[in-house]
Write a protein that binds this ligand. Sequence first.
Ligand code: FCB
Length: 462
Amino acid sequence: MDPLPAFPEGFLFGTATAAYQIEGAVREDGRGPSIWDTFCAEPGRVRDGHTGDRACDHYHRWPEDLELMSALGANGYRFSVAWTRVQPDGTGRADPRGLDFYEALVDGLLDRGIAPALTLYHWDLPQALQDAGGWMHRDTAHRFAEYAGLVADRLGDRIALWITLNEPFVHLTYGHSLGVHAPGETLLLDSLPAAHHQLLGHGLAVAALRERTTSPIALTNNHAPVWAASGSPEDAAAVRAYDALHNRLFTDPLLLGRYPDLTAFGVDAVPGVRDGDLDAIAAPLDALGVNYYNPVRVAAPGRGGGEGPSGLSEAGPELDGLGLPFVDVPIEGTPVTAFGWPVVPDGLRELLVGMRDRYGAALPPLVITENGCSADDAVGPDGTVDDPDRIAFLDGHLRAVHRAIEEGVDVRGYFVWSLLDNFEWSEGYHQRFGLVHVDFTTQRRTPKASFHWLRDQLRLRS
Ligand code: FCB
């Protein structure tokens, strides 16, 4: 395989993780329960009853994991803070033990020349706040800003990139509309206040962070290019509707200060918006985090489909019955990951160029905060893990990012999902996304062939 083309000076290369997916130690050092602890404990929610109780035991093994990042040659690392290690019930003073853990991690990264990108919220709301209404309740936005301030009081300028929320689109749809993720709500479109309150929480958190740090601030969302199943006007309308939900609902308010047109969903106005909210939400950002996995293909309702790779596909094939203005249509003729997601590297270039064209000067620099694939990886008899599909995936997607940069898009970094095989939400430990294989019985870490490949690519750069 040819070496990758040169990326701009200072480009960040690293891996991404999230607290609940890797840390384990869920009852240690005062950590309070989050909605994911509750969700996993409910029978039938997660495949085979898996939980994040132990996960990759990163809470104890983080020095070994830092060594892996150094061996990879990464100059960035994206991780998330578990809110309930800082505030066990989501309010009040910080528990210093939680902050001590993240401070040691951050200092360990800085010692190794790895820039810390810290996500404040990767879906693990304190259960106590969920009991008070969760993201459907406006007060949660204020609680989030308070928590952001506590983390920034301790870590402030040591963080290279602050990321407020991870994938509010997925948290809204999977967690609050369809119930396949915590908190398991099935509110369908009645979940929209949880969209607004996440965004308001972001805006208030940005203000709290700006008071405490001059480091750059971003929000990360999941994005996908949306393709029409045919050239018909009906399918074009389905594309507009799906695109509004997946790509615009959280990004238009951030960058343009207004919600997109949701009339195709029978929604005239997002409920819960008060005077001044959109100004807070549209406070200037230094970067936007983009998580990309695959494009989505949709058709008008009643035209078949239902099993495609949209952000809603995990809800099952019955989307047609929900009265939505689109149905999901499979993308054919591409390789697929172990998850069944189509592999379309150029979709990432298309997405990035499309965002630039849509938002123009309002678009801040972009960082690819997640991209990766799951595969059925196993340690072979010789002790190695051969994952050629992941190497091809990463090679293809990095080249796509490079093409977008050549086309003039300002992209500043790329984080592989993920460093380690980990707890993949409702799939439990069944989807392996790591550059490093984890044996969940022994906790043994084995770098896969893709790890060695990426290390060699990064070495060539220095
Ligand atoms: C994203 C999540 C991340 C991981 C990947 C596979 O939606 O942000 O935690 O589960 O998908």
